[in-house]
Ligand binder design. Structure first.
Ligand code: SAH
Length: 348
């Protein structure tokens, strides 16, 4: 039988597992401390666990981590890893260094089925979901790299390859593991999940009960443009999406981020900005304008600087807070899915 990876357990789930084995509940906290505070991945070093239970742990559980397949470091310090999972699947994760901390961008699936027209992840269809242990593994491996400079991951965004709400249960466990006070203790406000707009997921997320952030990939001011860019929009049109967002804001009290990629001649006119401002009016939100990361296989071009600025100015002058996203890791295939696509396709 395959060993169970302890990195995949929320503290609550681990407590239940320990109790079911006839162990004391505090075993779970003990294990959490070894794993996340003392950063020990060898059961033999867990000296306050009885020898006989260490044998059980070795037999039935593991603390396997992904291995680093490639590592790229950009001049701005951005680190991009292509990680290999135990079955050979490869996923990307990226570390960005902000003045407020180190943010890791985590993948939630191997490939993606959402089929957004501008995105490199969809070049390869989804192979499978990542387990919660494999998502936690991305953070642990990055922390091991950062430990060399006495640093660590302080912020987590689930914005790598994959659609997190298409893998809801594992993503939910992942964010609870990140947030666990007795473990990594990453504040809920330092955790963000980004969705292309799966409405049932947004509704569930509103019920999570912790103050995690939500980002919505909007990318268009109306259904006509959105349908062209994002197939998900046919299943969950704008009105339904914005209703779910309003409901989320009401329940969580959190401000929502809308991501909007500016694409030359497609969604970047002042007319588009005007329509966007009008549909977002009254929603507690801000807009993050994203310069398109051109993908070789796709026909889209980045908006001109002057159009980007005009778009941003219009929103800010009409009651919608908006920033232009800083770019990271230029030159290291930092656009979603590019690095993985390069390797996987090379193998086919
Ligand atoms: N599936 C989720 C999370 C992964 S994508 C989502 O759609 O939100 C993370 C963000 O990167 C999304 O806003 C996505 O639309 C954006 N993105 C994808 N391809 C891009 C590209 N080529 N240039 C700029 N942003 C891109």
């Amino acid at each position: 039988m395959a060993k169970k990876n302890l990195f995949g357990y929320t503290l609550k789930a681990l407590e239940e597992e320990m109790l079911a084995r006839g162990e004391k509940k505090y075993r779970a906290t003990q294990l959490y401390q070894w794993i996340y505070i003392k950063k020990v991945t060898d059961f033999d070093m867990m000296t306050d666990v009885s020898k006989s239970f260490r044998e059980v742990l070795k037999e039935e559980y593991c603390l396997d981590l992904p291995t680093v397949f490639t590592k790229q470091v950009a001049t701005d310090g951005t680190i991009k890893l292509l990680l290999e999972m135990s079955d050979g699947a490869k996923v990307e994760c990226v570390l960005m260094r902000y003045d407020y901390g180190n943010a890791i961008c985590v993948s939630s699936q191997v490939g993606c089925n959402m089929g957004c027209a501008f995105c490199a992840s969809g070049l390869l269809r989804r192979d499978r979901n990542l387990t919660s242990a494999e998502m936690v593994g991305q953070v642990i491996v990055m922390n091991q790299i950062l430990a060399e400079e006495a640093d660590n991951v302080s912020h987590v965004v689930v914005m790598g390859t994959g659609e997190p709400f298409d893998n809801y249960d594992n993503v939910s466990s992942f964010i609870h593991i990140m947030n666990e006070a007795k473990g990594l203790a990453i504040g809920a406000r330092h955790i963000t999940v980004s969705t292309c707009g799966l409405v049932p997921g947004i509704k569930r997320y509103a019920e999570e009960g912790i103050q995690v952030n939500l980002a919505i990939s909007l990318h268009a001011p109306n259904d006509t443009i959105r349908n062209e860019l994002m197939p998900v929009s046919r299943a969950y049109p704008m009105e339904e999406l914005l209703d779910a967002v309003r409901e989320y804001v009401e329940k969580s009290g959190r401000r929502v981020t809308f991501e909007y990629i500016l694409i030359k001649g497609l969604n970047d006119s002042l007319e588009n900005a005007k329509e966007l401002a009008s549909i977002l009016r009254g929603i507690f939100c801000y807009v993050n304008l994203i310069p398109l990361n051109p993908v070789k296989e796709k026909p889209y071009e980045r908006s001109l600087d002057k159009d980007t600025k005009a778009f941003s100015l219009y929103l800010n002058n009409h009651g919608v807070n908006c920033t232009i996203r800083k770019e990271w890791g230029t030159g290291i295939d930092a656009a979603c899915g590019q690095l993985r696509a390069k390797y996987e396709k090379g193998q086919r």
